[in-house]
Design a binder for this molecule. Structure first.
Ligand SMILES: C[S@@+](CC[C@H](N)C(=O)[O-])C[C@H]1O[C@@H](n2cnc3c(N)ncnc32)[C@H](O)[C@@H]1O
Length: 355
């Protein structure tokens, strides 16, 4: 099991997180040579945070998802600012809001929680631009993930039960289905302040000064890559694209909507489309200026059309003939733990591709 450092709890559990693979990935970085990490699909920032804390690299990161951008700004770009108690209290300041959360998400969360989120996000939206705003937005996303069963907007049964039969009966029922659902329900009835204080401590442990000007973007990957042209020889790229046919990251759109207080169009990645091989080909062409590529990928075993390791390696070798493959053992996809599938049904690997 990979070592868990305190700073690694600063980021919430994210679908497809590479937290457990971070030290393996880091072992390919040559700190004498590589000074910059380029990350086009940063997601929950697991490896990026590792590279900032343990390798001291300058981080140039990107993800088109707002919740990832908020995490990148708060934890990667920000070198100094932390969440203070007064910042947490400011989330509760009575303010006129549009009731967006209550109107759209009350099937998943108790009325008190919806009211808190409507108030807190309106307060954040009214804050001046700066790292405090990103830190508090990150805190709110973390809080929601912390109280939702399975960390996503999906389960409505427990909240319905609380409304219809009261908390005690709802808890009894949730306990029968799973301990984790029961513990989530308990968290969602706790006053938010208690949870926010604990989560803020975790987030603060992730803020460190690497004495570099880190840069976070919120672009489509093909808009982002040209901006990294100035970092070539001294750069390493960790690219963790969504796996073909995998669960769409649009499940996180709800979190972005809550931060924004309005609906947003659904995102659908080219890397989840049928033309995934062509998109990767274009992607590899756009990354040629970067010295070392660390590409993480995975596929379901036994699915003939999936992008398996041999095929993926072949695709990379077209651009980087020296590319090699490392298959990862004993990993588990978070999505599998949720669905009860055995990790053996999936393969996960890293392709290491030097110039
Ligand atoms: C596998 S996840 C990255 C997980 C991350 N390595 C971690 O440890 O949390 C893939 C990410 O790619 C992002 N993404 C998908 N298509 C994209 C695109 N066209 N441009 C930018 N980001 C994209 C998704 O929003 C998602 O966060």
């Amino acid at each position: 099991m990979a070592k868990k450092y305190n700073f690694q709890s600063a980021s919430f559990p994210y679908l497809g997180s590479k937290i457990r693979q971070s030290s393996t990935l880091a072992s390919y970085v040559d700190p004498e040579r590589h000074k910059v990490l380029i990350s086009p699909f940063a997601g929950g920032c697991s490896f990026e945070l590792f590279a900032k804390h343990k390798l001291g690299l300058k981080i140039v990161s990107n993800d088109w998802s707002l919740i990832s951008y908020v995490a990148q700004k708060a934890l990667l770009e920000n070198n100094q600012v932390k969440i203070e108690l007064n910042d947490i209290y400011s989330l509760f300041r009575p303010v006129k809001h549009n009731g967006f959360v209550k109107e759209n998400y009350s099937r998943y969360m108790l009325d008190e929680v919806c009211e808190f989120l409507d108030t807190a996000t309106e307060n954040i939206r009214q804050m001046p631009e700066g790292y405090k705003k990103f830190l508090l937005s990150h805190l709110i996303v973390y809080y929601i993930l912390h109280i939702l069963p399975y960390g996503k907007f999906g389960c409505v049964a427990d909240i319905r039960e609380v409304r219809e039969k009261g908390l005690v009966e709802a808890m009894d029922k949730a306990t029968l289905s799973s301990d984790s659902r029961c513990s989530k329900l308990l968290k969602s009835v706790q006053p938010p302040l208690v949870i926010l204080k604990k989560l803020a401590e975790k987030i603060n442990a992730g803020v460190t000064n690497n004495n570099k000007t880190n840069i976070a973007y919120c672009n489509d990957v093909f808009e982002f890559l040209p901006k990294t042209k100035e970092f070539g020889y001294e750069a390493v790229m960790m690219a963790d694209a969504p796996y073909a046919e995998s669960t769409s990251y649009s499940m996180y759109d709800a979190f972005s909507e809550i931060l924004l207080g309005k609906k947003i169009p659904k995102s659908n990645s080219a890397f989840n489309s049928k033309e995934v091989e062509e998109w990767f080909d274009k992607f590899f062409q756009e990354c040629q200026h970067i010295d070392l590529w660390l590409l993480t990928y995975g596929a379901k075993v036994g699915e003939p059309d999936a992008l398996h390791s041999a095929k993926f390696l072949e695709m990379v070798k077209k651009h980087r003939p020296k590319a090699r493959l490392l298959k990862l053992e004993n990993f588990s996809w978070s999505i599998n733990s949720l669905s009860g599938k055995s990790p053996k049904e999936c393969e996960e690997f890293i392709v290491i591709a030097e110039k």
